[in-house]
Design a protein around this ligand. Structure first.
Ligand SMILES: NC(=O)c1ccc[n+]([C@@H]2O[C@H](COP(=O)([O-])OP(=O)(O)OC[C@H]3O[C@@H](n4cnc5c(N)ncnc54)[C@H](O)[C@@H]3O)[C@@H](O)[C@H]2O)c1
Length: 261
């Protein structure tokens, strides 16, 4: 167990990739804060962690776009666990429109959650980590943080911004032994985001079936499959551990080679 008794906050951990990261960090020995805007989901994940791994897990209701709520989350985490070793900034949303149809309120919301939410959580956690003189911040970014994609201008803009932010705060925080990196997954084709929303949106957009949408996305990947949670959690554990102690300011692809296409 490379991360025994480290304290990790994971935002957006109520479902999907955030939940998978929280479970994996608990498996590796972490105490976890399950932070999500949906408290019922956060509670279920925290309970699941305690049942499976017997590791302490604190569910917390937070909207990452609200500064006061983020401050309270950090305060509560420190009260309960006496420090914060790892922040996983994972909460993110996606809405897809062609640019001339993009509602301003959706644009603002995507930038608020994906970029400002990352800023607010990293800022508050960094205050604690600076005092500790150690810590690890990992942003869950996307392959869309490095390459634009059709009908995804707001999401790509928020994720490109996330990489600039990651690099910049990596410089701010390096003197305090705090490392900051981003992970850029490919398409998690079995995640709720795809199953509950994207297959349908893209099927409509292209006039094809949902199965054809999936095949289209798989065929773009040199390794010929969608990204799995484990592909991402393996890298998160490495970046959170001391094995990556000479890495900071990086944005690492986990895409099956898709970005080369
Ligand atoms: N699913 C994919 O294919 C994919 C690919 C690459 C990157 N990502 C990134 O992975 C991350 C997680 O994506 P996912 O697919 O698991 O999404 P998801 O929609 O399944 O889960 C996101 C979670 O974040 C929570 N959340 C939303 N807004 C919030 C807010 N304001 N404050 C706190 N919590 C909030 C939701 O309640 C939900 O539990 C995102 O940053 C996303 O951009 C996803």
């Amino acid at each position: 167990m490379s991360l025994e008794n480290r304290v990790a906050i994971i935002t957006g951990a109520g479902q999907g990739l955030g939940e998978a990261i929280a479970l994996r960090l608990a498996e590796e020995g972490c105490k976890t804060v399950i932070a999500d805007i949906d408290f019922e989901k956060a509670k279920k994940v925290a309970q699941k962690i305690e049942n499976i791994y017997g590791k302490e897990s604190l569910p917390f209701k937070v909207d990452v776009t609200k500064n006061e709520e983020v401050k309270l989350m950090v305060k509560r985490a420190v009260e309960k666990f006496s420090g914060i070793d790892i922040l996983i900034s994972n909460a993110g949303i996606l809405k897809s429109y062609e640019i001339t149809q993009f509602p301003e309120k959706d644009w603002r919301k995507i930038i608020e959650v994906n970029l400002t939410g990352y800023f607010l959580t990293a800022k508050e956690v960094a205050k604690i980590m600076k005092k500790q003189k150690r810590g690890v911040i990992i942003q869950i970014n996307s392959k869309s943080g490095k390459k634009g994609s059709l009908w995804n201008s707001a999401y790509a803009a928020s994720k490109f911004g996330g990489i600039g932010f990651t690099q910049s705060i990596a410089l701010d925080l390096a003197p305090y032994n705090i490392r900051v990196n981003a992970v850029c997954p490919g398409n998690l084709l079995d995640s709720p985001l795809w199953v509950n929303s994207l297959y349908e949106q893209y099927a409509k957009k292209w006039g094809i079936s949902k199965e054809e949408v999936r095949k289209r996305y798989e065929s773009r990947v040199p390794l010929r499959r969608g990204c799995q949670y484990e592909d991402v959690t393996n890298l998160v554990v490495f970046l959170a551990s001391d094995q990556s102690s000479y890495m900071t300011g990086q944005a690492i692809n986990v895409t099956g080679g898709e970005e080369m296409r």
